[in-house]
Write a protein that binds this ligand. Structure first.
Ligand code: FDA
Length: 392
């Protein structure tokens, strides 16, 4: 049985980073993954350009049952720390919007950078290797893999969440937690498009492909970004963001054109050209099909000059306080992240080690820490991996 200091399961964002940090400290590291290639989610992230961090990442951008747990790791490995690494490798980058940093070129550069860091740290990597059993024994673990038995002093679980099973996502981390009596916070799909009931879907079908600025609110949380109508329902950054806070059965309040006082604009338009139809007037502010959709929904016809101001105000309200009850989400099939996971109460916030199982660590998305859309999830992967990589 080959002996390692550290066995890391999962060569995604967190696993690669943890292996690089631990290897860099001179630890003998084995990194295994059941997939054919490492870092597959990095490769497809950010439309192929990887939104690798967010310069504004802070506690407010994360969701967890314990809103303090992630502060320590995030403050000890910051967006600037990751950016320094990116710059050391000469990878060109740009800030797209809202503090989101992307590669100018391909996301592949981030994978290559992490692989090079692993190589420099002498990390051994085995792909297409599955873990069949993890047994605790004196001074470490004995792990049966499809490639043979391995002994390790520390085991780091970095197998991510359930999102996108087609790409090899599994609930492996949760199974390991269950085996060692570690509590889980219920998991659900996050950063995911909403689906709609058949009637609403049929009504918005002609709008598929239209994007519009919006503010979407669910309870006390609100996001102001774009909303996109799709063939299946609602998507776009504002929808993905709010989906992480939405619970089945809840209604969301959508304010289209949040920067415009639409009621005032419609009344001005009525005074300026009383003979135009409500749809024509509305089309000054919204894409034509969307303008038609809302005027038909409101039942307003004829010339705007013949309509009472009250009718135009309620037309504006139907657009700026549009209440939608999603029938569900697209689920793990398209979700960018998995909410919930390993209960942080079971982990050290300094090292990510399980409090009751010495030598067992959980990092990245499998932990009950989920970021907003915009580079925050990778920053959590890097920071939690760095914390564990320093400790193993
Ligand atoms: P990750 O999923 O990266 O890695 C887990 C690894 O474990 C995988 O390599 C998998 O094959 C392996 N594995 C799973 N089960 C296993 C098992 N049983 N045995 C062995 N290996 C196993 N975030 C962000 O900040 N900016 C962005 O631009 C994007 N973009 C984006 C696009 C899309 C389409 C998705 C789906 C997600 C994003 N994200 C993102 C989210 C981001 O990808 C995610 O939060 C991180 O990849 C999580 O890193 P982990 O290392 O925890 O899991």
């Amino acid at each position: 049985m080959k002996q390692f200091d550290v066995l890391i399961v999962g060569a995604g964002a967190a696993g690669l980073m943890c292996a690089a940090v631990a290897g860099g400290r001179g630890r003998k590291v084995l990194l295994i993954d059941h997939a054919k290639a490492p870092g597959e989610k990095i490769r497809i992230s950010g439309g192929g350009r990887c939104n690798f961090t967010n310069v504004d990442a802070g506690p407010k951008n994360y969701i967890s049952r314990n809103p303090h747990f992630f502060k320590s790791a995030l403050s000890r490995f910051t967006p600037s720390d990751f950016l320094s690494l990116v710059e050391r490798y000469g990878i060109a980058w740009h800030e797209k919007t809202l503090g989101q940093l992307f590669c100018d070129g391909s996301a592949r550069q981030i994978i290559d950078m992490l692989l090079e860091e692993c190589r420099a740290g002498g990390v051994e990597m085995r792909l297409e290797t599955a873990v069949q059993d993890i047994a605790k024994r004196d001074g470490g673990f004995a792990v049966r893999t499809s490639g043979g038995m391995v002994a390790a002093t520390s085991v780091v679980i970095a197998t991510g969440g359930k999102s996108i099973p087609k790409m090899g996502a599994t609930g492996f981390a949760y199974e390991v937690a269950a085996q060692f009596g570690i509590d889980l916070v219920e998991q659900r799909a996050g950063l995911v498009p909403f689906t709609l009931d058949p009637d609403t879907l049929a009504a918005i079908a002609p709008l598929a492909g239209i994007g519009v600025p919006a503010e979407i609110r669910c309870g006390k949380v609100r996001f102001r970004e774009a909303l996109l109508f799709t063939h299946r329902g609602l998507s776009g950054p504002a929808v993905l963001q709010i989906s992480s806070y939405w619970r089945p059965g809840e209604e969301i309040a959508v304010r289209l054109l949040p920067d415009v006082d639409l009621a005032e604009k419609l009344l001005e338009g009525k005074r300026g050209n009383p003979r135009q139809s409500p749809a024509t007037l509305l089309a000054v502010f919204l894409p034509k099909k969307l303008a038609q959709f809302f005027t038909e929904k409101s039942g307003l016809t004829g010339a705007v000059g013949d309509l009472p101001d009250k009718a135009l105000r309620s037309l504006a309200a139907s657009i700026q306080d549009w209440r939608v009850k999603p029938s569900g989400t697209e689920g793990y099939r398209t979700a960018e992240v998995t909410l919930g996971g390993i209960d942080t109460a079971a982990l050290s916030s300094k090292t990510m080690e399980a409090r009751d199982v010495a030598g067992l660590y959980f990092i990245g998305e499998c932990v009950d820490v989920t970021g907003w859309l915009g580079g925050y999830n990778f920053q959590w992967a890097w920071a939690s991996a760095h914390a564990a990589g320093q400790a193993v």
